[in-house]
Design a protein around this ligand. Structure first.
Ligand code: SF4
Length: 345
């Protein structure tokens, strides 16, 4: 029998599991604490649990404990991990040091099937979804490695979070639980390439997280050229869904805009972008892209990024340029995993 991931269970699910095993409900809370608060990596470490129960758990369940396969640290303190999962698949996790706290960028899938043309993570497609517990374990592994609390999370690593909806919801429940590491929803950002059904579903959850939409282009012609998802959910479908999300949740969305030289960085693009998001009070993050091997795209130079930002500001759009953390380590998302896949195909 294939073992299941115990770290993925929500407290309610763990309570049901304990009931099925004939155990009192308080055991569920105790075990949840061991996994999500004390971050143990082994059933044997749960010293207040009966040995018979631990043996039983060990028969059918496993704890998600990724192995740090590679670790790169940049001068600015950014740490990038290549983590190997129990089945041998690798993902990437990044810790960024900001003055407001340590932020982890987590992967949500092994690979990605969204096909964005500037992204290394999608070049070999999607292998599988990550379990909720595996996503939690990215944070726990990073926290233990740097020896400091993680206070913020961005779901912006390998994978499209809304393409792994149930597992991502279970992850959010566990990671924000007061019985666990208790990272507040307001400190969590979920980034999507624009899967409209997922955005509509997420709106109904009414979570206090920040939805961040990877827009990257102000019109369908440019966006479809960069992101195939735009053919399924073009801007005239995506933007009303994003506006509805903002209206229904009362949470301001933000937009990611990767700046690609000669593609989406003209003054005309800034005007179109301002018109597209007018009235939303939304924030735009301008990101000079990290060049990826095999991609036809190169980054807009710093002076042009500044010009684009200033024009947006004049047009009434609040835009900042994302600091390029750790650019001397393979910081483009998916690059480290790709190197590993090339070494060990
Ligand atoms: S940018 Fe995100 S959604 Fe697009 S292919 Fe890469 S991982 Fe997937």
């Amino acid at each position: 029998m294939e073992k299941k991931c115990l770290s993925s269970l929500t407290l309610a699910q763990l309570t049901d599991t304990m009931k099925e095993l004939g155990q009192p409900a308080f055991r569920a809370k105790q075990i949840f604490h061991w996994v999500h608060q004390r971050l143990v990596t082994d059933f044997a470490a749960m010293t207040d649990q009966p040995k018979t129960l631990l043996a039983k758990l060990d028969e059918s369940w496993y704890l998600a404990v990724p192995k740090i396969e590679r670790r790169q640290q940049a001068k600015d303190g950014t740490v990038k991990y290549l983590l190997r999962m129990a089945d041998g698949n690798c993902i990437e996790t990044v810790v960024m040091r900001y003055n407001y706290g340590n932020t982890v960028c987590v992967s949500t899938q092994v690979g990605c099937r969204m096909g964005c043309r500037f992204c290394a993570s999608t070049q070999a497609g999607r292998v599988r979804n990550l379990e909720a517990g595996e996503i939690c374990a990215e944070i726990y592994t990073a926290q233990k490695d740097i020896g400091a609390r993680i206070s913020h999370i961005v779901l912006m690593g390998i994978g499209e979070p809304l393409d792994n909806y149930e597992n991502v919801m279970a992850f959010l429940e566990n990671i924000s639980s007061p019985e666990g590491v208790n990272i507040g929803m307001r400190n969590i950002s979920l980034s999507t390439c624009g899967l409209v059904p997922g955005i509509e579903r997420l709106a109904k959850e009414n979570l206090q997280l920040t939805l961040s939409v990877s827009l990257h282009a102000p019109n369908n012609a440019i966006r479809s050229g960069m992101m195939p998802v735009n053919d399924a959910y073009p801007l005239e479908v995506l933007m009303p869904a994003v506006r509805a999300y903002q209206h229904d949740t009362g949470r301001r969305v933000s937009f990611e805009y990767s700046m690609v030289r000669g593609v989406n960085d003209s003054a005309a693009c800034a005007h179109e972008l301002a018109a597209l998001i007018r009235g939303m009070g939304a924030h735009v993050n301008l990101i000079p892209i990290n060049p990826v091997d095999g991609s036809p795209y190169s980054a807009t130079d710093a002076a042009n990024v500044r010009r684009f930002q200033n024009l947006l500001t004049e047009l009434g759009v609040n835009a900042t340029v994302r600091r390029r953390l750790g650019s001397e380590i393979s910081a483009a998302c998916g690059q480290l995993r790709r190197e590993e896949m090339q070494k060990n195909p």
